[in-house]
Design a protein around this ligand. Structure first.
Ligand code: PEP
Ligand code: MN
Length: 359
């Protein structure tokens, strides 16, 4: 059994019992003016923990890769002048040493880093003997054990004030979200480690401003303790993640203050949680059905080009027989399975007929 030895993340002036604990600030520190301007506005709105990326792991080279150590001086100024705590991402031992030198209060490990046990171990070794809260983002791939492995590495280096950030999982397919939430994964993590503080990052899950509020509400209904949300004094001009950042006013007035905070209950298996799981699964189901229809259309084009009939009776019968077997193995009723396959097949045939008829 994996075991985490945890202590609460107590920061003076931050009430852990008042949900959501909020961490806000720009995706990246860009200029001293942008950092100070954003921080001053957030502090005036009551935000207590300020985030900014100093070193940015970008998917492709050539994008803004962070301002580097220079930005840590601005973070130190934020702390001095606004009284907010500061938080940033570390991906190497060097980042750890620099962040500690400049008095950063909270560190987080990014999603790409969590996916790499060598990198996590290097960070853990650099943190040995240091008492600082560390938040571990989920790995980019939906692998709960990899996520837990990263938590264990940090914990076994002696750090006990540990929490997680759920920022969704990347996928290849076209999708609503920038990163699929797959809530069942953090829900399972909470079931295994009920005392682990959980923060949701709706900015990187949604990737879009209009998704921040609904995702934040969902996180609150799933009993997350906090939210980390990207906020920029001038979101449209942000050097990274412009489409998902909110102005400080917008963040507080239209997201945080609109949240309905429902009472947390002991069990994770309450109605609300189960319904959220159903919502999530239905969404995945539709994405899979949409993908199947796209492939059907490709088959339709092939049939048209090669003068093959749309309906292939033998193939249809094989599909029905094969799917009935799968359904039986999964404990689904055969009537339901048959009706389901027929409905899908009917829609496939309709789409392929459209292609045949030149639409
Ligand atoms: C970020 O928080 O700006 C960031 C880079 O996030 P992630 O590691 O989740 O992609
Ligand atoms: Mn970002």
């Amino acid at each position: 059994m994996d075991n985490l030895e945890l202590e609460p993340i107590t920061l003076e002036g931050v009430d852990n019992n008042k949900r959501p604990v909020l961490i806000a600030g720009p995706c990246s520190a860009e200029t001293e003016e942008q950092v100070m301007n954003t921080a001053t506005q957030l502090a005036a709105k009551g935000v207590k923990i300020f985030r900014a990326g100093i070193w940015k792991p970008r998917t492709k080279p050539g994008s803004f890769e962070g301002i580097g150590t220079e930005g840590l001086k601005w973070m130190r100024r934020v702390k001095r002048e606004t009284g907010m705590y500061t938080a940033t991402e570390v991906a190497t031992p060097q980042h750890v040493y620099e962040a500690l030198k400049y008095g950063i209060d909270v560190l987080w490990i990014g999603a790409r880093t969590t996916a790499n046990p060598f990198a996590v171990q290097d960070i853990a070794d650099a943190l040995r003997g240091v008492d600082i809260p560390v938040l571990v983002k989920n790995p980019v791939n939906p692998d709960l054990d990899l996520w837990i492995g990263a938590l264990l590495r940090i914990n076994q280096a002696g750090l006990k004030r540990i929490g997680i950030i759920h920022r969704g999982f990347s996928t290849f397919d076209k999708k609503i979200y920038r990163n699929m939430p797959q809530w069942q994964i953090p829900i399972e993590l909470k079931r295994r480690f009920p005392n682990l503080p959980m923060i949701c990052d709706p900015s990187h899950i949604g990737g879009r401003r209009d998704l921040i509020f609904p995702l934040s509400q969902q996180a609150m209904d799933l009993q997350f303790d906090g939210l980390i949300i990207e906020s920029h004094c001038n979101p449209d001009d942000a050097w990274s993640d412009a489409s998902q950042q909110l102005t400080p006013d917008n963040l507080i007035d239209n997201v945080i203050n609109r949240l309905v905070i429902r009472k947390a209950v002991q069990s994770t298996e309450n109605l609300e949680d189960l319904r959220h799981q159903i919502d999530e699964l239905d969404e995945q189901l539709f994405e899979i059905v949409a993908k199947r229809m796209r492939i059907s259309k490709e088959i339709g084009i092939y049939k048209k080009e090669h003068a093959i009939t749309v309906l292939q009776s033998k193939r249809y019968q094989d599909i029905i027989d094969d799917r009935a077997k799968i359904a039986a193995q999964l404990g689904l009723s055969s009537n339901f399975a048959k009706a389901f396959v027929e409905a899908i097949h009917e829609e496939s045939v309709r789409l392929q007929m459209e292609i045949m008829n030149g639409n």
